[in-house]
Design a protein around this ligand. Structure first.
Ligand code: TXA
Ligand code: MG
Length: 576
């Protein structure tokens, strides 16, 4: 049966979502077991299923979707025990997650066993497995008697289908059956969690939230998508470099979820008290701009924004299609309608969809991730040039490998900033001048920080880049050599790079000039790596002393700025 050229006769079968009748599903299950393609509902989105042990059937899935060949599929099972034949080992962390979240929207990436067709994993030695929480999906897999490889049932790159009609619109004639059980309740896909490394990594945020995972695992890292990379959601995020992200989850490279219309994502202003009004005003401005250029526009936004939009502009001459897809603080509501709304606005034929992002807690992370990947343009409503700058300026701490000194310094500095009430103005981050691999902080650094009540468990070492330096307000290095390395990379930042002790105004290392070898060493925080806990504690004390002085300077600067009303950065100021 050739999959190309819409050669299949797609049969649509209505199924009761809560109590599916096996006799209605049996036909489709039989087809699935014999190499056919079946679209079925899950609690997240509709899936396009094939027998995961049948290479030919799996290849047909890729053809039907036009899916890039390097993007692996998730294998769906009927009961947790069925994972046994699919992976070489179920680590204890996986077992704990399965008992808490299965059936449910969590896909676990583990080492692949030989039974899974190689086509499923596209050259990776891992496989993603999940047990869906939809009665129809479970009944279908049970009756088919095989593990089911299933991507979302959309043509590659389009919004995922949360209604059978959406799947049919993309795949009619390319699949054998569509089981229609109404809309999918969750609306965004499963969370993909990689358990094959030293620390669990969320490769794709989804139906199970990062907060829920942390309750079970403690330490979880998150790959940040395009919309969240510049502004970490709900506190400092852990951005894993793009290249590493691509290697771990090849699918992330590709453009996703995009409606036909150009999508402009407006990230709401969630910081200022008048954030909702500002957000509505930004949306109204973008609408006006697009219309002035002759384009038709549709808006998808929070209910509160929709209400305010009426007041933000006069839409009487040309009515504005506005879909309120949920309450501002209920990302679950937005998630459930997200893809359907994008498809509906597409169907109305607008040229541009202006979509408001969600608050970034809970399911909002998944919502913003999907919108960020679909967007041609991202606008931060909180960044509209209004007074005062509420997005904190970044202070970047630099050492060699970004596993000991600089992550400790960033944690200590953030703590001091918070205590000085400066955490809305500044946020510390860290990076290294030579980071061979994105890994965690050293165990000693983690412990010594824990002793101070500070958490380095989520740290991921990253390489400093010219781009990162460019968008940083103040750069503080552990040693003079690090400062030179920074300047070699980005000569343009000369006015805002200092050694930590130099900026703190400490003894020998103070001036901007790092002269002789002797003075350079005296102004350095030396590397504790490999030297035991006691040396780490000393390094942390030395860092803390300098950091306290830095925060003192920043406090004076803030007072000064307020006094003279000058928006001056800390690095543009003279040395004390
Ligand atoms: O909720 C869902 O997960 C839906 C329903 C149908 O279950 N399925 C789904 O599949 O969203 P798909 O193919 O659209 O997305 C699968 C994601 C991709 O980002 C892919 O790169 C990642 O999972 N993935 C699959 N296997 C992987 C593996 N072995 N290692 C890393 N990432 C993997
Ligand atoms: Mg997909």
């Amino acid at each position: 049966m050739a999959a190309t050229g819409r050669s299949r006769r797609t049969k649509v079968i209505r199924v009761d979502a809560g109590r599916p009748d096996p006799s209605v599903i049996r036909e489709a299950a039989h087809s699935l077991a014999c190499g056919g393609l079946v679209v079925f509902p899950t609690e997240t989105v509709y899936g396009l299923g094939a027998d995961a042990t049948d290479s030919r059937a799996v290849r047909a899935v890729f053809e039907a979707k036009g899916r890039p060949p390097d993007n692996p599929l998730i294998v769906h099972i009927w009961s947790p025990e069925d994972i046994a034949g699919l992976v070489t080992e179920v680590p204890p962390a996986a077992a704990g997650l399965m008992s808490r979240f299965w059936p449910g929207p969590l896909s676990l990436v583990l080492r692949r066993a030989a039974r899974v067709a190689e086509e499923v994993s596209r050259g990776l030695d891992t496989v993603a497995v999940r047990m869906p929480a939809h009665p129809v999906a479970l009944e279908l897999i049970r009756l088919a008697g095989v593990p089911v490889a299933a991507p979302s049932a959309n043509v590659s790159g389009r919004p995922s289908p949360t209604r059978a009609a959406d799947a049919l619109a993309d795949l009619d004639g390319l699949v054998d059956y569509v089981l229609d059980a109404g809309p999918c309740p969750v609306g965004v896909e499963s969370t993909v969690l990689d358990l094959t490394g030293p620390v669990p990594v969320v490769l794709r945020p989804g139906g199970v939230t990062v907060e829920e995972l942390r309750e079970v695992l403690g330490n979880v890292q998150v790959l940040e998508g395009p919309a969240t990379r510049t502004r970490p959601p709900g506190g400092p995020g852990v951005a894993v470099p793009d290249a590493e992200a691509a290697a771990r989850s090849p699918g992330l490279r590709h453009r996703h979820y995009a409606p036909r219309a150009r999508l402009v994502l407006v990230l709401p202003d969630t910081r200022r008290p008048d954030g909702p009004e500002r957000t509505a005003a930004v949306v109204a401005r973008v609408v006006a701009g697009e219309r002035a250029s002759g384009r038709t526009v549709g808006v998808a936004c929070a209910r509160e924004t929709a209400d305010l939009l009426g007041r933000a502009g006069d839409w009487r001459s040309e009515p504005l299609p506005v879909v309120a897809w949920g309450a501002r603080n209920e990302p679950g509501e937005i998630a459930a309608r997200l893809f359907a709304v994008l498809r509906d606005l597409d169907r109305q034929g607008v040229d541009v969809i202006i979509a408001e992002g969600s608050s970034s807690e809970g399911l909002g992370r998944a919502v913003n991730d999907r919108l960020g990947r679909a967007a041609a343009e991202v606008i931060e409503a909180g960044d509209d040039g209004g007074p005062p700058a509420e997005t904190p300026d970044t202070i970047l701490l630099i050492c060699s490998g970004n596993t000991c000194r600089s992550p400790m310094a960033a944690a200590i500095l953030n703590d001091h900033l918070r205590r000085a009430g400066l955490d809305r103005a500044y946020r510390a981050e860290s990076a290294g001048v030579f980071v061979p691999a994105a890994g965690p902080a050293s165990p000693e650094a983690v412990q010594v920080m824990a002793e101070r009540g500070l958490d380095l468990g989520n740290h991921v070492a990253r390489q400093v880049t010219a781009e990162l330096l460019d968008r940083t307000r103040l750069i503080l290095t552990m040693t003079g050599a690090h400062k030179e390395a920074v300047l070699a990379l980005a000569p343009g930042v000369a006015d805002r790079v200092f050694t930590l002790k130099g900026y703190a105004g400490d003894g020998a290392g103070s001036g901007q000039d790092v002269g002789s070898i002797a003075s350079r060493a005296a102004g350095d925080i030396s590397d504790p790596i490999g030297l035991g806990l006691e040396v780490y504690r000393e390094a942390a004390d030395e860092i803390e002393k300098a950091v306290a002085r830095v925060v003192e300077r920043l406090t004076n600067l803030a007072d000064l700025r307020e006094l003279i009303g000058e928006p001056e950065g800390p690095g543009e100021e003279k040395q004390p």
